[in-house]
Design a binder for this molecule. Structure first.
Ligand code: ADP
Ligand code: MG
Length: 256
């Protein structure tokens, strides 16, 4: 059975998509079978995996509305080494269209359960809001990986997310838990970042991943080439950190 993880944080621009595609590529590099699900209508994770969102015959939108199965809608990126269930702007409409449908929060879960056995990891890139889309992600998942920048308001923002996860756990998905907090875009020269990082460890203990993702321009450049940094420039510090993170995640899930 696959480990199904959402990459979520209600804030925009914190590194969710970068984490999703690079972790997917990192996991693939260490021999894991990976499906990456793009749940953001912006389709950045799709484009960042080298798949043109405008050319897709089927996307996660069709899966949510049950007009296609995951097997029909997914595409393979040989370069990246993982499968992609893509998204584009059409997905924004799903929000409205799902409202009146039955099992509206659990449609992704049902669809993924069919392909579950084909993967070791399913990673879901969530949009930066608590929408019906994010709820579909959270209902499908065993846990949440939270990328965060070590900034002044980081802990405050986390409270909202932790409450959301608690509510989903209580009402919709008993499996859901926080897998861990990933420090991203980290710059050790900035004293404040060190302080917030220490605070995080104080509050959350071993829920904070050991691996730290540094701020690295190669990770930011990679999407314009339609590749995760890990594939675009494997020698970059940021890429190496994501492969190390993939290894840490595999290791953690072996012992649980
Ligand atoms: P989100 O999906 O949470 O909105 P993104 O992953 O799109 O966030 O990241 C926001 C911006 O920050 C993007 O331009 C991305 O390239 C850049 N970025 C993300 N992680 C890093 C990093 N470790 N180093 C440098 N730039 C990064
Ligand atoms: Mg994103």
């Amino acid at each position: 059975m696959a480990h199904i993880f959402c990459i979520a944080n209600q804030k925009g621009g914190v590194g969710k998509t970068t984490t999703t595609v690079n972790l997917a590529a990192g996991l693939a590099q260490v021999g894991q079978r990976v499906l990456m699900v793009d749940l953001d209508p912006q389709g950045n994770a799709t484009m960042g995996s080298g798949v043109d969102k405008r050319q897709l015959p089927h996307t996660v939108y069709d899966v949510l509305l049950e007009s296609a199965t995951v097997a029909e809608a997914r595409v393979r990126s040989e370069k990246c080494g993982y499968d992609i269930l893509g998204a584009n702007r059409e997905l924004a409409g799903a929000e409205v269209e799902l409202v009146d449908l039955e099992r509206r929060e659990k449609r992704l879960k049902a669809a993924l359960s069919v392909v579950d056995a084909e993967y070791d990891f399913v990673l879901i890139d969530c949009p930066p809001s608590l929408s019906l889309l994010t709820l579909n992600g959270l209902c499908s998942a065993h846990g949440v990986i939270v990328p965060m920048q070590c900034e002044y308001f980081a802990l405050e923002g986390l409270t909202d997310l932790v409450n959301t996860i608690k509510q989903v756990h209580a009402n919709l998905n008993r499996d859901l838990k926080i897998i861990g907090l990933l420090r991203v875009m980290f710059d050790p020269r900035i004293t404040l970042q060190q302080q917030v990082s220490d605070q995080l460890k104080g509050h959350f203990g071993d829920k904070v991943f050991n691996t730290v993702i540094p701020r690295n321009v190669r990770l930011a450049e990679a999407p314009s080439y339609g590749l995760p940094g890990v594939v675009f420039d494997p020698s970059a510090k940021g890429s190496q950190a994501f492969v190390a993170f993939a290894q840490e995640l595999v290791e953690r899930n072996r012992s649980t």
